[in-house]
Design a protein around this ligand. Sequence first.
Ligand code: BTN
Length: 313
Amino acid sequence: MNTDKFLSGQVISQQLGISRQAVNKAIMSLRDKGFDIESVTRKGYLLKSCPNVLNEEAIKSYLTTKFIGKNLKVFETIGSTNDYLKELGSKGAENGTVVVAREQTTGKGRLGRVWQTEKDAGIAFSVLLRPNLSPAELSSITPLTGLAVCKAINDFCMLDSKIKWPNDIIVGKKKLVGILTEMSAEFDRVEYAIPGIGINVEHSVFPDEIAHKATSILLETGRHIDKNKFLATVLNYLEDILIKNNYRLTGEASVEYGNLCATIGRQVTFARGNRNVSGMAVSVNNSGELEVMLSNGTVVTVNSGEVTVQGIY
Ligand code: BTN
C-alpha cells in the first residue's frame, strides 16, 4: 500500500492500460468498499487508508509459509468454512488449503453448538492438513493448532492468552477463540484433518447469554488490529509449529503446551458415563488427552467432551 505519494489519473490509466473514465469508476468503487482515497486537482489520487477487511492478496503478502495458505480463498459470506473445506478436501484439494470467511451463516461450534460469525467482527477460517500420521495420532492436531493460535495472539496482540483444554483460547476467565477440528480417516489411512478456528476480534459487546464468558481482541487491548496481518501471523505460527514438531505433541511442543495450558493445576469436572467426576488436572499427554488425578489418587484420562474448569467456565 502506498500512502505517501499522489498518483495522477493519467499515470494510473497508462500503467493499467485502461481509460481515464475506467480509473474514475475504479476509484469510486474502491471508496464504496471503504478505501480512503484523497483526490487533488493536478496532483491526482492519494491512498490514505485501506479498510480493515479480510482480503486474499493482503493475507498472502504477509505469509512466510511453504504450504499453508498457498491456496487461500476469502469469502464475503459462507455457511461454514469447515463444511466448505471438507467438500474441497474430499475432491482432492491440496495440503495447506485455507478457507477464510468474513461472515458465516451456519458456523459450527463443538458439541453441536452454533458459532456466530457476524460480518467483519471476527476471523473464521479452516485449514486443510494432510499429515503423514496414523488415525490414532491425529489427536495432536487440535492441541498443536491451539498452541500456534495462542502464541500468535500473545506475540501479535501482546496479550497473555492461555489454552483452556482442549479447544479454547482464553484471556483471564473469558473465551477469545474456539477451535473445531474435523477429520476424515479410514482405519489405517488419514485423508485429511481440518482445524477450524473462530477468533473474536472486533466485538465490543456480546449477546447477554455469553457476555460473562466471551471476550475479543478489541475488548482486551482497546485496539483495532490489522486482521490480514494477524491472520497471516497465525498461519505462519501454525506451519512452523507443525513442521518443527513433525505434527506431534511431543518434546518442545508438549512443554510449551503445558506452560500455556490454564487447565493444568486446576480442579476440573467432567462427565464419565452418566455421572460427573471431579479431580485435579495434572497434565496433557502426547495424545492430547487431559490427565486428571481423582481424590483417591488414581489418574484417569479425559479425551473429549465438556470439561468445566473451576474459576474459568
Ligand atoms: C467451539 O468453541 O465450539 C468451536 C468453534 C469453532 C468455530 C470455527 S469458525 C471457523 C470454522 N468453521 C466453523 O463452522 N466452525 C469453525
